[in-house]
Write a protein that binds this ligand. Structure first.
Ligand code: F6P
Length: 419
């Protein structure tokens, strides 16, 4: 037996034979057996300790219905693995200030899946690589706090960070991964403009809200023989405008991917008049632009934020229609209504699946990746690939063709054929 033990020790611990024989003869066989047993217990205990992991989750950028469902899935999947979850408030704040870090247990997140927004709060001015910080004199300076965050992350003993966000937040997550933080991204944006995933959660709810608004506008537009111009969100991609416009019976849909001309829009409205339809609904994405114009924004942007705040194209379009046709025209901006409210069943399920898939990546130690929906399965893609380009509406796609087939004008002259 002793020689068997010697062989085993030699093999596993690479301890020299003469050292072992010395130990055995000095201590005696029973004691050695006892040592083996103690070693076995210690290793088992150590194993239990190392599988109890601490992870941190943050939600960044503009909020989207479904964020709480992701948190719910992560917390519950982690608890089943015996892991602890901490939530970082307002993006990375919890990794800067421990008061902004909250322990999340299954009890804490019970019932949050149907609730809009995020229980952790979010910000689109919280880029740790360029964070606006106010000094005692009230001056705001943009500073890089990423090293501090990484140091805190390591000091607190986190195993990984689950970063839920859109293109901006995922880019930040990737930069942290490059600095050595184990990060897993979860795609979120109502704009649905992330290339690497078939869908982002929040989009379905936003489309449902916009479609319902369009349904309601029909009756008032009709009562007053008016043109109603509805501005919806969509910075670089017209997904919300296209989906809601087709489903909500729009006459004209203007999206960033297809520069528009006023002649085509007015031709469609006049054609409606010819066919005894004295009202029209125009849906315009906030990032849509005229053939000879640029995007319409509100000022130069905000401190700590790289992108300009878009808005106002709806009113520009309404003004031009009024000027050209002399028709009663009103505009409205759906704005943040599209980001609010309870997530649809589709978004809840997608968000829960994303959260669970993120935990599987954590389990496998697959970092610097984003979970992605690739029906019918969930996959993952390197964050670098996920942030490379935006997902745009293909002007030749079936949905655009459907719109044209049913008589919707996309704002480009050549394609519209009046009946
Ligand atoms: O990215 C989502 C989005 O909803 C955009 O469509 C929109 O331009 C932006 O957020 C608005 O963000 P904010 O919260 O700063 O108004």
């Amino acid at each position: 037996m002793v020689s068997g033990l010697v062989k085993l020790w030699e093999k596993s611990c690479q301890i020299k034979r003469q050292h072992l024989l010395f130990i055995l003869t000095t201590l005696g066989e029973e004691r050695v057996l006892l040592s083996f047993f103690s070693l076995f217990l210690a290793l088992t205990f150590q194993r239990t300790l190392t599988t109890m992991r601490k992870i941190v989750i943050s939600t960044g950028g503009g909020d989207a219905p479904g964020l709480n469902a992701v948190i719910f899935a992560v917390v519950n999947s982690a608890a089943r693995r015996g892991w602890e979850v901490y939530g970082s408030r307002s993006g990375y704040k919890g990794l800067l200030d421990p008061d902004e870090l909250v322990r999340l247990t299954p009890e804490d997140v019970e019932g949050i899946t149907p609730i809009g927004g995020t229980i952790l709060g979010s910000t689109n001015k919280g880029n740790p690589f360029a964070m606006p910080v106010e000094n005692l004199a009230g001056e705001v300076n943009v500073v890089d706090v990423s090293d501090r965050i990484l140091k805190n992350f390591n000091r607190m003993g986190f195993y990984c960070h689950i970063a839920v966000g859109g293109d901006g937040s995922l880019e930040i997550a990737h930069r942290f991964a490059e600095k050595g933080m184990p990060v897993i991204g979860v795609p979120k944006t109502i704009d649905n403009d992330l290339e690497a995933t078939d869908r982002t959660f929040g989009f379905d709810t936003a489309v449902a809200t916009a479609t319902e608004a369009l349904d309601k506008l029909h009756s008032t537009a009709k009562s007053h023989d008016r043109v109603m111009v509805v501005e919806v969100m969509g910075r670089e991609s017209g997904w919300i405008a296209l989906y809601s416009g087709i489903s909500g019976g729009a006459d004209v849909i203007l999206i960033p991917e297809i520069p528009f001309c006023y002649d085509a829009i007015c031709e469609k409205i006049s054609d409606n008049e010819l066919h005894e339809k004295h009202y029209s609904i125009v849906v315009v994405a906030e990032g849509a632009k005229a053939e000879d114009g640029g995007v319409v924004s509100r000022g130069n942007g905000e401190v700590g934020r790289s992108e300009v705040v878009l808005g106002g194209i709806g009113e520009c379009v309404a003004r031009e229609i009024r000027r050209r046709l002399g028709k009663d025209t009103r505009s409205l901006v759906l704005g943040h209504l599209q980001r609010g409210g309870s997530p649809t069943t589709f978004d809840r399920l997608l968000a829960l699946r994303f959260g669970a898939a993120a935990m599987r990546l954590a389990d496998a130690g697959t970092f610097d990746h984003m979970v992605a929906s690739n029906p019918p399965t969930m996959t993952s893609v390197p964050l670098a690939d996920a942030i490379r380009s935006r997902k745009k509406v293909d002007p030749g796609s079936d949905k655009v063709l459907t719109a044209r087939e049913i008589g919707i004008c996309l704002g480009d002259r050549q394609e519209y054929v009046p009946y």
